[in-house]
Design a protein around this ligand. Structure first.
Ligand SMILES: O=C[C@H](O)COP(=O)(O)O
Length: 252
């Protein structure tokens, strides 16, 4: 790794969290304002119903807020969808696109994910583009090829570290308690770095590459110390302030 990026610890609450969950978020914001945000960028992506309230609760603490998905259009007849502009209007700074749960549950293609990342940029949001292989693909020795194809298809032209984050999330590691070996994480992150540098040049060194999949306080230090791992995308462990903050401290 040529440059050290400021780590980013982003929490993805998925379809979890009623208004009562804002108490956890307030504890995170307090820790951010108390000094943690000086060394680590902190973000929480709550369900869309909580984005505005979470942004208001986080205020200028240094904890920022993101969405979990967006439509490609800015507005229009798309019942049930939400646009990147709406997220930005609600106080979001980030949006996750192409999470494997959306790729699987909603049949999202690389081309659609790319269009969503472009929509995020149009609205002034930073896109967190997710990639990752299935267990069968890893067992077949295809993990690098699969992720390479996802990067090629899902990351728009003109990407740089100011508006793109890539999250490597092996599908088989999400919510399972399983994680790849540090050697496998190092191999994949080095591969992604080289791939992005091949496409975007040396400035791709500033694109943060997150690891995601069963990151917990107990394994965060080891995973975050791997070369080219610039932070984590945390699911289950981001629901509790104590766990999320322990992971963030391991990055700081
Ligand atoms: O977006 C987050 C990931 O899917 C990881 O989820 P997890 O930490 O619950 O395994």
């Amino acid at each position: 790794m040529t440059e050290k990026n400021t780590p980013l610890i982003a929490g993805n609450w998925k379809m979890n969290g009623l208004a009562t969950a804002l108490g956890e978020l307030r504890s995170m914001a307090e820790a951010a304002a108390g000094g943690l945000a000086a060394s680590v960028d902190l973000a929480i992506c709550p369900p869309a119903t909580l984005v505005a309230a979470a942004a208001a609760a986080a205020g200028d603490s240094g904890l920022s807020i993101g969405g979990q998905d967006c439509h490609t259009a800015a507005s229009g007849a798309h019942t049930g969808d939400i646009s990147a502009e709406m997220l930005a209007d609600s106080g979001a700074r980030w949006v996750i696109v192409g999470h494997s749960e959306r790729r699987a549950d909603h049949g999202e293609s690389d081309a659609l994910v790319r269009a969503k990342a472009e929509a995020a940029w149009r609205a002034g949001l930073i896109a967190i583009v997710c990639v990752g292989e299935t267990e069968a693909e890893r067992k077949a020795g295809k993990a690098l090829d699969v992720v390479g194809a996802q990067l090629a298809g899902s990351v728009p032209d003109g990407a740089d570290g100011a508006r793109l984050v890539v999250a490597y999330e092996p599908v088989w590691a999400i919510g399972t308690g399983l994680t790849p070996t540090v050697d496998d994480v190092a191999e994949m992150h080095s591969y992604m770095r080289k791939d992005l540098q091949g496409r975007f040049g040396p400035s791709a060194a500033s694109i943060r590459l997150l690891y995601g999949g069963s990151v917990k306080p107990g394994n965060a230090g080891e995973l975050l110390s791997v070369d080219n791992v610039d932070g984590a995308l945390v699911g289950g462990a981001s629901l509790k302030a104590s766990d999320f903050l322990a992971i963030a401290k391991a990055a700081g």
